[in-house]
Structures are given as structure tokens and as C-alpha cells.
Design a protein around this ligand. Structure first.
Ligand code: NDP
Length: 297
């Protein structure tokens, strides 16, 4: 078994005979770092479902061809990650309300010649916050850093759907936030939605008015990255969630730990969005414990 497959591999007549159990996958570009295979394989094995979950690297613009090959090979479905979540949604015959609300799909089910699209990122984040902090989004005032990105937008929408009483949206490119804020208020009835840039002063004021800060910027993935919010803006009564899970402790989480804030990283979001995807494909809840072990958590 290869670490990463390509569209050419799927097209190769040898694939069907050499990999007859490969019926689930994650597609993205690049994809080699995805932790989804070990998480899903652990749940499949635990449930006694004799299928394999693989990584497939697919270039932008080639998602339709990939879906066609997967359908020909009898795939049950796939997860979709960066940069394909919008392209995949446009290729679906039907999408769930969650996918419609979040404007993207991260899970596809191939069934009866149809492609069904779902989005499990928002509900997965809600589960993660409940598990890690013992609070539901409904009761939390929240500051989302990077709310203009794909993950940030999904998180913001989920907060509004669950009725978070106050939502601060921050983004480096602040212009991206107006349509998102409008959708939160018009489509989901969010009452108090504020938009701000990533200016230090504005972030410090917003941080003093919330219970939970979620980092959904990509800052923290690389060692040389600056902090997504100044350390002085943090205080020990905050909950800080970083959507990044590799590294497990980003500089933001390290600073928050030092002052006694409650912290957690994005592994729990990955875990819970994955569990919801599994159920969407296979109609049964996976063992979340097995998935957690598969992730080494
Ligand atoms: P996007 O590329 O869609 O968004 C990136 C976000 O980061 C944007 O808001 C962007 O701002 C901001 N950003 C990037 N560079 C900088 C910078 N130098 N200074 C300030 N802001 C910056 O990516 P995604 O939304 O898909 O992913 C964002 C993060 O969330 C990643 O770290 C990813 O690993 C994580 N993630 C975790 C998941 C999980 O299951 N745990 C699921 C999905 C994502 P701007 O709009 O101005 O460019």
C-alpha cells in the first residue's frame, strides 16, 4: 500500500485488483500530511468493516475526474480537504443542510449513482468544544481569529447556528468579513456580530469581552509564524482553542498555558468531524475511542 495515491493510480487497471478493499479516501492537494487515514482505518477495523481508507492527491480542477474514477471503482465515499471543498460542492447532486449552511463540502457519499455532499467541520467543532471545555457554543461569547478563511467561516456559521450570544470575527483581510457577518445575522439570526481586523488594539479589546478564542488562521503551523493575537491580550479566565493540531502545542497555546487559560488543539475537531463523516457513509457511529487511538491522542 502506498502512502499517497494519484488519479493515475486510480485509473490504472491494476488498482482494482491490487487494492480491492480501498473504498474510502481523503482527497486534497497536497495530502501526504493528512491524519485522516489512520483515524478512519482504526474505526473501520474496530467495527469489523473490511475496507481500506487511502490518501489520494488530486490537482485543483481534477476533482470531477477523481469522483468519476471513484464511482467506477465502487468507492463508498471520500473526505475532501484543502483546496477542494468548494469545487467538490459544485459537483454534488444533492447537499445536506449543513453543507448548504457552511457553503462547502468536506464529505462525499457515492450512492445509487448520486453524489451527496455533507459538511462535518462545523458540527465537529461544536462537539470538540463541548468535549474539551464542557461548554456548548450556545452559551459562549466567542472571538474567531481568521474568520475569513474556509475553516473560520465554517466555525463562525456554526456559532451563529447554535446561538452564541456574541461573535467577534477577526481577519487580516477585513473586507472578507462583511458578507460573512451579514449571513450570520440574516440567515441565522445572530444578534451581536462584530467585525475587526487583526490589529493588536482591536484584538485586545475583543479578547476582554469573550469566553472563548478560536484560532482558525494558519499562523502557528510554521515555527517562524507570529502569534495570531498578542500574548498581552490573553487572560487566565479564557478558553483558547487552536484549530491547528500539528504542532500539538502552538506558540499561542504555550502562551495561554503559561497564564493558566484552558486550552485545546484541533485534534478534537478532526476527530469529531471524522466520526460524523463515518456515520454519513456507513450509517453507524464509529468508535470514537478507536479513532482517538488511531490519531495517537
Ligand atoms: P484558509 O487558507 O482558507 O484560511 C487561512 C486563514 O488564515 C485566513 O483567515 C487568512 O487570512 C489567515 N492568515 C494566513 N496567513 C496569515 C498571516 N500571515 N497573518 C494573519 N492571518 C493570516 O485555510 P483554512 O481555513 O482551511 O485553514 C485554517 C487553519 O485551520 C489551518 O491551520 C488548518 O490547519 C486549520 N484547520 C483545522 C481543521 C481541524 O479539523 N482541526 C479543519 C480545517 C482547518 P486572509 O483571509 O487575510 O488571507
Amino acid at each position: 500500500m502506498k502512502h499517497v495515491y494519484t488519479l493515475s493510480d486510480l485509473r490504472d487497471p491494476a488498482f482494482a485488483t491490487e487494492m480491492p478493499k480501498a473504498k474510502l479516501a481523503v482527497i486534497g492537494y497536497p495530502i501526504k500530511h493528512s491524519a485522516s487515514p489512520q483515524m478512519h482505518q482504526a474505526a473501520l477495523d474496530e467495527a469489523g468493516i473490511d475496507l481500506q481508507y487511502i490518501r489520494v492527491e488530486v490537482e485543483p480542477g481534477k476533482v470531477d475526474e477523481c469522483f468519476t474514477e471513484m464511482e467506477r471503482l465502487g468507492f463508498v465515499g471520500c473526505n475532501v480537504t484543502v483546496p477542494h471543498k468548494l469545487e467538490a460542492m459544485a459537483l454534488c447532486d444533492e447537499v445536506t443542510d449543513d453543507a448548504k449552511a457552511l457553503g462547502a463540502t468536506n464529505t462525499i457519499h457515492f450512492k445509487d449513482g448520486k453524489r451527496s455532499g455533507h459538511n462535518t467541520d462545523g458540527p465537529g467543532l461544536a462537539q470538540a468544544i463541548l468535549e474539551d471545555f464542557g461548554k456548548s457554543l450556545t452559551e459562549l461569547r466567542i472571538l474567531i481569529l481568521g474568520a475569513g478563511g474556509g475553516a473560520g467561516r465554517a466555525i463562525a456559521t456554526q456559532c451563529a447556528r447554535e446561538g452564541s450570544p456574541r461573535i467577534y470575527l477577526s481577519n487580516r483581510t477585513v473586507e472578507k468579513l462583511e458578507p460573512i457577518a451579514k449571513s450570520l445575522t440574516d440567515d441565522y439570526g445572530a444578534k451581536l456580530v462584530y467585525t475587526l481586523s487583526n490589529d493588536s488594539e482591536a484584538l485586545t479589546i475583543a479578547a476582554s469581552r469573550v469566553d472563548l478564542i478560536i484560532n482558525s488562521t494558519s499562523l502557528g503551523l510554521k515555527e517562524e509564524d507570529s502569534l495570531p493575537i498578542p500574548a498581552e491580550a490573553l487572560n487566565g479566565s479564557l478558553m483558547i482553542y487552536d484549530a491547528i493540531y500539528n504542532p500539538a502545542v502552538t506558540p499561542l497555546l504555550a502562551d495561554a498555558n503559561k497564564i493558566g487559560a484552558k486550552t485545546s488543539n484541533g485534534l478534537s475537531m478532526l476527530l469529531h468531524q471524522g466520526a460524523i463523516s463515518f456515520e454519513f457513509w456507513l450509517g453507524q457511529r464509529p468508535s470514537v475511542e478507536a479513532m482517538r487511538k488511531g490519531l495517537g491522542k
